[in-house]
Design a protein. Structure first.
Length: 137
């Protein structure tokens, strides 16, 4: 963990707090509509499929495939300067939702659409855990 974390940190809302609590416990929790069963991510108060306000939370498998990626060479915030270049990936999770997070232990040359990835966790401060992707073996 970094002693002085200088990057922006998320501000959980009532809708997203279970997601952040799950990450802290090294569990990838996503919303599921209690009325129609539609999985959704990012956390939001209303189901985009049936407009229900009834929410349940499910633990995602943490397995997915690469949908897209970008390699960033310029920091959008000074706190990210030492991390450059950053590989940010969009992952199609097995549950049918997409998640964006940095890729660890991989290079841009190893990426291809549909490549299998696993979601892992990085404890960046005592109170903040973030998802990261790793190329599946």
């Amino acid at each position: 963990m970094n002693a002085a974390y200088e990057k922006p940190v998320p501000e959980p809302t009532a809708d997203s707090q279970p997601y952040w609590d799950g990450l802290a416990a090294h569990r990838l929790m996503i919303q599921s509509c209690a009325a129609c069963g539609q999985a959704r991510h990012y956390p939001q108060p209303m189901c985009p499929a049936c407009h229900s306000l009834e929410v349940s939370w499910i633990e995602a498998s943490r397995r997915g495939t690469l949908h897209s990626w970008t390699e960033t060479h310029h920091p959008f915030h000074a706190g990210f300067k030492d991390d450059l270049p950053i590989l940010l990936v969009t992952v199609d999770l097995a549950e049918g939702v997409r998640l964006q997070c940095p890729l660890r232990d991989g290079s841009i040359g190893a990426l291809s659409l549909g490549r299998a990835v696993d979601i892992d966790f990085e404890d960046v401060t005592d109170g903040l855990t973030l998802p990261v992707a790793r190329l599946a073996p």
